[in-house]
Write a protein that binds this ligand. Structure first.
Ligand code: FES
Length: 396
């Protein structure tokens, strides 16, 4: 009996010793919570460290982490960040694709093109200087290469500043020598509007599996390349068969519509096409489904409930039908209220808000989760007020 007990005791001691041996964590792992925070920080503070002219209307901004952010969140080539800006007391945001390579996190780069009549991009190009600090979201978006679904033959179609996510993706493919075949169509107005041309030519020189075709819609006499729009004829001439190819489109709405029709005419199935379209249409009344009887200058009253200093307050703000509700909320500068935003395209759901009453119009391409629809949540960034309404911001 004694011997049995002794053996059992020794076994227990051995097991205890084994349990007490703590394996050191790998150098990059300092706890699950810290790792999650680094990958999905609630906010990133970024400082402009360099600004470079890319073309007559586009600048490249390099952003480094401030002391409070320390390290930048990793991203997948093709993703974007939402950048907060305050212009004349109005706090707003815009989504910008990351241009830099995801294989280094010393800095992010954003290419920002001036939009004539725009609110944020002219401010950026004219006022932002080295040393300025911005609040930003974590990298967001689903526009990136997926090995399982996209295959190894990729067709990228970019219009104007829509080239920016592709630059990051091409840098990634080129740096990691990923065995993919890529055909890039880059549509611009004139030769001087071809952004990142030097970078593209460098990649082409090193990677024969990547090919570029520039198409100019307002080409000068000296231009010997393709002219016009990215039509089905130009596409099939360059890529041959559409079989086994996956298509990505980035550009403004008219360009996207045009290219989509051309791809459909070529027989490309819809599930083989991905697209990224930031922002809202310039004129919502031209979007399919807009109720023709509603004038875009219709004045709307929005009653807003919000939690302020621990109690629920109510305010009434002015809006117009032809503008997203988010713009009116931001312009109203409601004290102590900050609405989270990222994409401003109805995709990230950061701005989701409870609609208590009223009617909104949402462009047909915006996809809202069924649970949000069932519970009357809207995305104010892509919702246009059609009637007086009541919103509950106390839940955001
Ligand atoms: S900001 Fe992304 S859904 Fe509104």
């Amino acid at each position: 009996m004694m011997l049995k007990d002794l053996k059992r005791f020794m076994r227990t001691q051995k097991l205890k010793k084994w349990r007490d041996v703590v394996q050191p964590n790998p150098f990059y792992f300092d706890g699950l919570e810290n790792l999650c925070d680094r990958i999905h920080p609630s906010v990133q503070w970024l400082k402009v460290s360099d600004i470079k002219e890319v073309s007559h209307d586009t600048k490249l901004y390099r952003l480094v982490p401030t002391r409070s952010t320390k390290v930048l969140a990793p991203f997948r080539a093709g993703q974007y960040i939402g950048l907060m800006v305050e212009i004349n007391g109005v706090r707003t945001s815009r989504a910008f694709s990351l241009v830099s390579s995801p294989n280094q996190l010393a800095y992010y780069e954003l290419g920002i093109k001036r939009k004539e009549g725009g609110f944020v991009s002219p401010y950026f190009l004219d006022n932002v200087k080295v040393g300025d600090v911005f609040e930003a979201t974590e990298p967001l978006g689903n526009f990136y290469y997926n090995r399982i679904f996209h295959g190894s033959n990729l067709v990228f179609i970019a219009g104007g500043s829509g080239i920016t996510p592709f630059i990051s993706i091409l840098r990634d493919i080129s740096e990691r020598v990923v065995p993919l075949n890529v055909w890039l169509f880059f549509g611009c107005l004139t030769e001087k509007d071809i952004l990142f041309r030097e970078e593209l030519e460098n990649i082409l020189a090193r990677r024969p599996n990547i090919k570029v075709n520039y198409i100019l819609s307002e080409a000068g006499d000296e231009w010997t390349g393709e002219c016009g729009f990215i039509s089905k004829d130009i596409i099939s001439k360059f890529i041959g068969s559409i079989d086994d190819k996956y298509f990505y489109i980035v550009g403004n709405r008219p360009m996207y519509r045009f290219v989509l029709d051309e791809l459909e005419a070529l027989g490309v199935p819809r599930h083989r096409i991905a697209h990224e379209a930031f922002g809202v249409p310039d004129d919502i009344t031209e979007v399919e489904g807009w109720p023709k009887e509603v004038d875009k200058s219709n004045k709307i009253q929005i009653t807003v409930d919000m939690r302020r200093s621990g109690r629920i307050d109510r305010e009434v703000i002015e809006a117009v039908s032809g503008e997203p509700i988010l713009n009116s909320l931001e312009r109203a500068k409601i004290k102590e209220i900050i609405i989270n935003t990222g994409c401003r395209s109805g995709e990230c759901a950061l701005c989701r808000t409870k609609l208590i009453s009223g009617k909104v119009f949402v462009p047909p391409e915006v996809v809202i989760r069924e649970a949000d629809i069932a519970n009357n949540f809207i995305h104010p960034c892509t919702s246009y007020p059609l009637s007086d309404m009541h919103l509950d911001l106390s839940l955001t």
